[in-house]
Design a protein around this ligand. Structure first.
Ligand SMILES: *Cc1c(COP(=O)(O)O)cnc(C)c1O
Length: 399
């Protein structure tokens, strides 16, 4: 990574992020090059030895590192205020790599209950095969978490805001809770992004992202990243180097570029989402709206303390249950029906009939998914157009 040279005097993270780039290739390119190469040559035997001995910086083989993944990680470190980091092929590979590198047979994870679907499958179906167990804590009842600890609890894992209920956990409280008990705190910061919330400030040891969501912001590819404490990333780097969840140089290049506009995009996502949430709150077709930046959110005060804005996701409960939810989706003309979020295009999902349809209604309720619950990932379109589309679909859903 090229060090900024005088008279470079940038101080703000936004500037540092935009101005971080790999060593120039010698072609005087202004935008970063893409290094689509599996390996890198050595000047001579001594150079090879020094690189392998970690005595000098530099890329060896793209499974270990690559200038594009280095650039992406450098920018994420700046944004999250982290010591070190590593990029991975997807958000799930970031989660698995963190668990795989830091835990072993006999270890126990304390996790918030409402985690991403694949994280839930990993905790319940995959990790137990290696003797790693877990307990789920109610995100809205942290006072009960003490009882869930076991002598082998090594790691606490949370998503805040949670998906799709948008419940929060107090990261400052949780940071203290974990520190006092010598438990690692790992936060999935995908919904908030570092623009709205920096968990490391509150004591998180690691922060995990799916770059697939807001970091790319345009629905173009999969990627992930883990940032945090140097000594933990060192272990994770060893694990990743020899198990191979590496990111493609092309995707790392794309995400690096996307980070230049992350702060700007989040501003618009949040402004549009607040607009949508306020609109929904006034509608008789809607039973309940959940959005961290609405005073009606049960944790509004915490959201104001912990986040810089409410984020880009709004959830609401339609009157009329499952059928109304399906009619709502069918009547949308602008909003996309797709299983993603954090895109420039507004996306609507109805978890009860799609992602969570295999659960019983009771199981769905236990994770906050009511039959009429709709999740909107509010995009960057003009807010009037998004609202007009939702309004038309609300009316159609009641017919
Ligand atoms: C999408 C997502 C993931 C998984 O990321 P992928 O890039 O799809 O592997 C994990 N956690 C949350 C909260 C997500 O939204």
């Amino acid at each position: 990574m090229s060090e900024p040279t005088p008279p470079y005097t940038a101080r703000h993270t936004e500037t540092e992020v935009i101005r971080t780039q790999p060593e120039p290739s010698g072609h005087r390119e202004h935008s970063s090059s893409i290094y689509m190469t599996s390996s890198f040559t050595f000047d001579d035997a001594e150079h090879a030895r020094a690189l392998f001995a970690n005595e000098i910086p530099g890329s060896i083989y793209s499974r270990y590192s690559n200038p594009n993944s280095d650039e992406f990680v450098e920018k994420m470190k700046l944004l999250e205020g982290a010591e070190d980091g590593i990029a991975t092929a997807s958000g799930m590979s970031a989660v698995f790599t963190a668990f795989g590198a830091l835990l072993g047979a006999g270890d126990h994870i304390l996790s918030s209950k409402s985690v991403f679907g694949s994280t839930h499958q990993m905790l319940t179906q995959i990790l137990p095969r290696w003797g790693i167990t877990h307990s789920y804590g109610e995100i809205t009842a942290p006072e009960t978490w003490e009882e869930l600890l076991t002598p082998t609890t090594r790691l606490c894992y949370v998503e805040t805001p949670s998906n799709p209920a948008l419940d929060l956990i107090d990261l400052e409280w949780l940071g203290g809770f974990c520190r006092q008990r010598n438990i690692l705190l790992v936060v999935d910061n995908i919904f908030a992004t570092p623009v709205l919330q920096q968990p490391i400030r509150y004591g998180a040891d690691l922060v995990i992202h799916s770059a697939t969501k807001y970091i790319d912001g345009q629905g173009r590819g999969l990627g992930g990243v883990i940032v945090g404490k140097g000594e933990l990333i060192e272990k994770i780097r060893f694990f990743a180097r020899h198990t191979g969840p590496s990111i493609s140089p092309f995707n790392a290049w794309m995400f690096s570029k996307s980070l230049d506009t992350l702060a700007l995009r989040m501003e618009r996502h949040c402004a549009n989402a607040l607009n949508v949430a306020q609109f929904l709150e006034q509608r008789s077709e809607v039973e309940l709206v959940k959005y961290p930046w609405l005073p009606s959110h049960p944790q509004f005060a915490l959201a104001q303390r912990q986040m810089k804005a409410g984020g880009g996701i709004v959830t609401f409960v339609l009157r009329g249950g499952i059928d109304a939810g399906r009619r709502f989706l069918d009547a949308l003309q602008l909003c996309s029906l797709t299983a993603n979020l954090g895109d420039s295009r507004t996306i609507a999902t109805h978890p009860a009939s799609t992602t969570h349809s295999k659960l019983t209604e009771e199981e769905r309720r236990a994770v906050g998914i009511l039959p009429g619950l709709v999740r909107i990932s509010v995009g960057l379109e003009h807010p009037d157009d998004i609202i007009a589309d939702i309004e038309r679909a609300l009316i159609a859903a009641q017919e």
